[in-house]
Design a protein around this ligand. Structure first.
Ligand code: GLN
Length: 491
């Protein structure tokens, strides 16, 4: 019998359902695993064992008395540290929010609670979700469970590492330019960015509001589909959340891919793509073809502008969203202030100077510059026009195919420290994920192989807006027909 942390979501759910496993036993096993591994990996920034066990007991009690149990049936879940839980420190990996305790729950947290998820703690991330390596957090670096010398990816690196290491079967992250899919790929787990508007961001600390989306991490596609089901749907508190029916995402697996049209993009296979990653991705696509899908080439001619476009739009929105952290309205306030000599501007400057790390400051400066009078048209407005072209490319491609398949990231997990002094190299690790955020479409990363050094490689599948069902079906097929990458070797 595999350990609990090695079991699939389906087997955990059926054991819970049959009464062979209690949520307390499972939650305790997760808490033990966190105890054992978190010092080494630093995936969780805080753990709330008492609240988790109390919730697990409540679910077990309701099950024992024959009452209805929510969809998650007492499965433990971790939450990225930019998703608000009432009364729980939500720091966004930043000194700026080191003492922020939200007075309310995010919509997704309400949904987790309502569907009987057991929230175990908050997961590490790059500061304000800006980064691809989980190295910029004020709570320290997170390590990749497949090889602790390597990065778990980012910005949701804590979530990916926690799921890969078996600390929790499920976790929530956020994806603004790849922050779910890239760490999922680096850690050999499933991670999905839903369509923009599918999940309410009420209670997600904003980074770039026209791009941010919350999504699931899981050990398998079934877990990701289940968690997506729980968090999706309309919420009047996020006006971008769409009022359309949420399909039954878990009910459609194991269907043949006969008739499914898969597009591959020649531009994906150019300079910068690692040979082993390319080979694993191509094998993954061939397996989908053997499962009945047809494969043809499609063009995304403007995709090569996506990194440049994103790094104007995302910092512009960030510079506006982060203006609220001035030490008065929100966030860290400097102690180096004397009201007799210093003015309000000194207070702002010192509070922001102390509270934000280098990457966040870089983004605020980039964004402020791009939005400033005189440069707005040349940078921000131009970027919006290119964004439209990128979206139109996808519209045309999805008239011909149902799914676009390709790499998630140009390489497997890079070493910790490798890209920290080279922001451009860091930005380029999102080259394949960013365009989905610019276009608003859903994307998923599914493990498709290992490098010769034993690091996971992800296959990215993307679909047109609100085609999550098709996307998950194809992902489930890619998973079941694939070489298993095995259990993460973390001790
Ligand atoms: N790595 C990208 C960035 O630094 C994307 C981050 C994200 O998706 N939150 O902006």
């Amino acid at each position: 019998m595999p350990e609990l942390y090695e079991q699939s979501t389906e087997s955990l759910l059926s054991a819970l359902n049959a009464g062979d496993l209690s949520s307390r036993t499972l939650t305790t096993a997760c808490l033990d695993r966190i105890d054992q591994l978190n010092k080494k990996l630093n995936a969780f920034v805080s753990v709330n064992a008492d609240a988790a066990l109390a919730k697990a007991d409540a679910v077990d009690k309701r099950r024992a008395t024959g009452q209805t149990i929510g969809l998650l049936q007492g499965l433990p879940v971790g939450v990225k540290d930019n998703i608000c839980q009432a009364g729980v420190a939500t720091t966004c990996g930043s000194r700026m929010l080191h003492n922020y305790c939200p007075p309310y729950d995010a919509h997704v947290v309400e949904q987790l609670n309502a569907e009987d998820g057991v929230i175990v703690g908050q997961l590490n991330m790059d500061e304000f979700a800006m980064g691809s390596s989980t190295e910029t957090s004020a709570s320290g670096v997170t390590r990749n469970p497949w090889n602790p010398e390597h990065s778990p990816g980012g910005s949701s690196g804590g979530a990916a590492a926690a799921v890969a290491a078996g600390m929790v079967p499920l976790a929530l992250g956020s994806d603004t330019g790849g922050s779910i899919r890239q760490p999922a790929s680096f850690c050999g787990v499933v991670g999905m960015k839903p369509t923009y508007g599918r999940v309410s961001r009420f209670g997600l600390v904003a980074f770039a509001s026209s791009l941010d989306q919350i999504g699931p991490f899981a050990r398998d596609v079934h877990g990701a589909a289940l968690l997506l089901q729980v968090i999706s749907g309309h919420d009047t508190r996020d006006t971008t959340s769409v009022d359309s029916v949420v399909a039954n995402y878990t009910g459609q697996f194991n269907q043949s891919l006969e008739g499914l049209r898969i597009g591959i993009v020649d531009e994906h296979y150019g300079e910068g793509l690692d040979d082993e990653v390319e080979a694993a991705v191509r094998r993954g696509i061939e397996r989908l073809e053997s499962a009945g899908a047809t494969v043809k080439s499609v063009k995304l001619p403007h995709a090569r502008y996506s990194v440049a476009t994103y790094y104007l739009i995302a910092p512009s929105e960030a510079s506006s969203n982060l203006a609220r952290y001035d030490g008065i309205h929100y966030g860290h306030r400097t102690e180096d202030f004397n009201s007799r000599n210093d003015g309000l501007i000194d207070l702002y400057c010192r509070s922001r100077g102390e509270g934000f790390g280098a990457e966040v400051k870089r983004r605020i400066m980039l964004g402020t510059y791009a939005l400033s009078a005189g440069y707005y048209d040349a940078y921000y407005l131009k970027a919006l026009k290119v964004r439209r072209r990128i979206r139109e490319d996808f519209d045309k491609a999805f008239a011909e195919v149902d799914i676009i398949a390709g790499p998630v990231a140009p390489t497997a997990a890079f070493r910790i420290g490798e890209k920290m002094n080279d922001p451009l190299a860091m930005y380029l690790s999102d080259i394949y994920t960013i365009s989905a955020n610019l276009a608003g479409i859903p994307g998923i990363s599914v493990p498709c192989g290992l490098t010769t050094n034993g690091l996971p490689i992800g296959l990215q599948l993307q679909a047109s807006t609100f085609s999550e069902t098709t996307l998950l079906q194809a992902a489930a097929m890619a998973e079941t027909s694939g070489d298993t990458i095995g259990v993460c070797p973390v001790a």
